[in-house]
Design a protein around this ligand. Structure first.
Ligand code: AMP
Length: 407
């Protein structure tokens, strides 16, 4: 609704400011894409693809072939490769502000259509960019004056070191499977890493003693993570290392992070490195790093923290008319104001002077312009200073100029 857009606009402004500084360029992908982009990219074992993806079927087909995007990243990588940018834009740095669709049980902070803002840096394995994405995320939050946020960060390793870690994790959990929640039993089979971020009460004791990803990284992942933290330290970006953080999507490797705000039980956003995604989508091998934050959740945090949206544009002029002739002239006059870039409020459907003046007063305008039968006849308009109540006649053909001079 219009009131919400003051928040949307403020978030977009912050996103654009930060993106401009770090040279991210705007990208938009189709809302509907081939379902395989997400099945292969986001991953068949992710909850998003297993339970939440909206598959679009046509009346004539049994199988759905398209899907409403449940996230942006696979589509952005596809677009980057398909448009040949991988040869010319190195790395590709993109930002987006886009609608996302997930089949959820709608509830507080969870919708079936919501917006995400995000950043993607494609075609680089340099750990400096992991730190840059996190720093840019923090800058957006700071720009919005959001207080009490924290960045949790972890490394989940790569294809070299993760398999042996997952094996250790499975060995650890094997003897306790009967005591875990149903989801964890499922995760044990299809995505054991996710057992580490289970929120169920009864799984917590096992989680605490579980093997930690950071203790099982290969030399390359260890160095990568170390340098990310060093860059963050250098930039004075605050973070907390959380060895249980793994993220929900299949494609993550090495760095993962999430954003939380004190007093809110949901994550505001998160991201990480996705070095294998392009290959999974049959593109070239290339490292990448990104993040996404939920716009509605940002708005909720802003509202509860008494942070306002962007102020509305407040017109300084109100045009009042009385009678049909005056109404016609008022319509013509508005064209003149538009050309000169002066915003004017009106109440064309009202007739009485009293009700229009009352509205002008309520809107807090500086000047009311009053046009009646007599003024039309004499080719003038009454210019009323709303603060002092002083009124004077101004020639109709000079009124735009005069108003411009005064406001
Ligand atoms: P994810 O890609 O699942 O990590 O989501 C990134 C961010 O998008 C989350 O941290 C939320 O802020 C937001 N988000 C995810 N799902 C929803 C939803 N169903 N409704 C509103 N916001 C969401």
């Amino acid at each position: 609704m219009p009131d919400d857009f003051s928040y949307f606009d403020k978030i977009e402004k912050a996103l654009k400011r930060v993106s401009c500084f770090f040279s991210f360029f705007r990208i938009e992908t189709p809302i509907m894409e081939d379902v395989r982009i997400f099945e292969r990219g986001t991953g068949m074992t992710s909850e998003v693809v297993q339970k939440q993806i909206f598959v679009v079927k046509s009346r004539g087909r049994k199988e759905g072939v398209m899907a409403l995007r449940p996230e942006m990243t696979p589509g952005v990588v596809r677009a980057y490769v398909q448009n040949g940018l991988s040869y010319v834009v190195l790395p590709g740095k993109f930002y987006y502000f886009s609608p996302i669709f997930r089949y959820e049980q709608p509830q507080h902070g969870r919708f079936r259509q919501f917006y995400q803002i995000g950043l993607e840096i494609i075609n680089t394995s340099d750990s400096a960019y992991d730190a840059q994405v996190i720093s840019a995320t923090v800058k957006i939050l700071e720009d919005l004056r959001i207080k009490g946020f924290s960045i949790k960060i972890n490394s989940i390793g790569c294809k070299v070191c993760r398999p042996s870690f997952v094996k250790k994790l499975k060995e650890y959990y094997k003897s306790n499977l009967s005591k875990l929640c149903r989801d964890c039993v499922k995760r044990y089979k299809i995505n054991p890493l996710r057992m580490l971020d289970c929120k169920e009460e009864k799984c917590q004791v096992y989680k605490i003693k579980a093997p930690q990803t950071l203790d099982h990284l290969c030399v390359s992942c260890k160095n990568h993570f170390k340098t990310v933290l060093e860059y963050l330290d250098e930039m004075k970006v605050p973070y907390l290392v959380d060895s249980t953080l793994v993220r929900g999507l299949d494609y993550y490797s090495k760095t993962v992070f999430e954003v939380f705000v004190d007093g809110f039980d949901f994550a505001l956003g998160g991201g990480g490195r996705y070095d294998y995604l392009s290959e999974t989508l049959s593109g070239p091998r290339m490292g990448a790093m990104g993040m996404a934050m939920g716009v509605e959740r940002l708005i909720e945090v802003m509202k509860q923290s008494q942070i306002s949206g962007l102020p509305k544009i407040q017109p300084k002029v109100f045009l009042i008319h009385m009678g049909d002739q005056a109404k016609k002239k008022a319509m013509g006059l508005m064209e003149g104001f538009y050309k000169e870039g002066v915003n004017v409020r009106e109440s064309l459907s009202k007739d009485s002077l009293k009700s229009q003046l009352r509205q002008a007063d309520k809107e807090g305008v500086q000047i009311a312009l009053i046009l009646g039968q007599r003024e039309v006849f004499e080719d003038v308009i009454i210019l009323r200073d709303m603060k002092s109540g002083n009124q004077e006649n101004v020639a109709l053909r000079k009124v735009v100029e005069e108003v411009k001079r005064r406001i």
